[in-house]
Every structure is written in structure tokens, then in C-alpha cells.
Design a protein around this ligand. Structure first.
Ligand SMILES: [Cu+2]
Length: 129
């Protein structure tokens, strides 16, 4: 058990270092502000770690929302539309997901937040290289 705690602590600290070089975007969605962060300044083909932080109208962190993160690329010549849903996990005050981007180009990110029986969606665009 103690080892597990140390491991988790190490992961949290490492994540803090990783997130220092990050891409951060924020959008208003309904009563909430949704902050979307990626572990890299420029998203890459493959895995990208995302972090979602939700604050309410009073600037308080919302830690009990249901968060859905979908990412997609519209159809292009020789490629059908691609739509994925990320598994969103909740640790502490933020939500985490891994986005596996299969090709370079522009991806649409839809973050749907359900809280207090209300749903709000924030849309972001990232450019994978
Ligand atoms: Cu494509």
C-alpha cells in the first residue's frame, strides 16, 4: 500500500513536470469554463495526454461532473471521417484522457460536461504534427 502511494505521488510529480510544456485552451460553455490542456505544445501523431479542468460561474472547481471527450477529423480525400471517444478518468480536481491521434492535421475536440442535470459542450481545435 505504501509503495502504491509513493508510486502515485511520483506519477503526480512527473505529470506536473510534463505539464509545464503544455498547450492550454479555455472556453466558456453554459455556466462553466472548460480548460483543455495537452501535455505538449504541439500535439503529435500517437498518444497525447489531455487534462480537463472545469470551473463554475464563481470560479470554483467542479469535480463531480460527468465528462465526455470526443475527438474527430472530418473526411478528406482518401480518408473517411474518423470519430473517437476517449476514456475520461477523474483524479483529484481534474479529468484526464489520452487522445490517440492517428494522423497529422486538424482535429476537433468536443468536451461535453454534465453537471447538476445540465449539459454544456466546449469545442476546441488542435493541429497534430
Ligand atoms: Cu485525416
Amino acid at each position: 500500500m505504501k509503495k502504491l502511494v509513493v508510486l502515485i505521488l511520483a506519477l503526480v510529480l512527473t505529470a506536473g513536470v510534463v505539464y509545464a510544456k503544455e498547450l492550454t485552451m479555455a472556453k466558456r460553455a453554459g455556466e462553466y469554463t472548460i480548460q483543455f490542456k495537452l501535455d505538449k505544445k504541439s500535439p503529435v501523431i500517437g498518444d497525447n495526454a489531455a487534462e480537463v479542468e472545469i470551473t463554475d460561474i464563481n470560479g470554483r472547481l467542479v469535480t463531480d461532473a460527468k465528462v465526455k471527450l470526443d475527438y474527430s477529423m472530418p473526411a478528406m480525400p482518401g480518408m473517411p471521417a474518423m470519430n473517437y471517444s476517449a476514456d475520461v478518468t477523474h483524479t483529484g480536481e481534474v479529468y484526464h484522457a489520452i487522445l490517440n491521434l492517428s494522423m497529422a492535421g486538424s482535429w476537433n475536440i468536443d468536451i461535453k460536461v454534465t453537471h447538476n442535470k445540465k449539459t454544456a459542450t466546449a469545442k476546441f481545435t488542435i493541429d497534430a504534427k
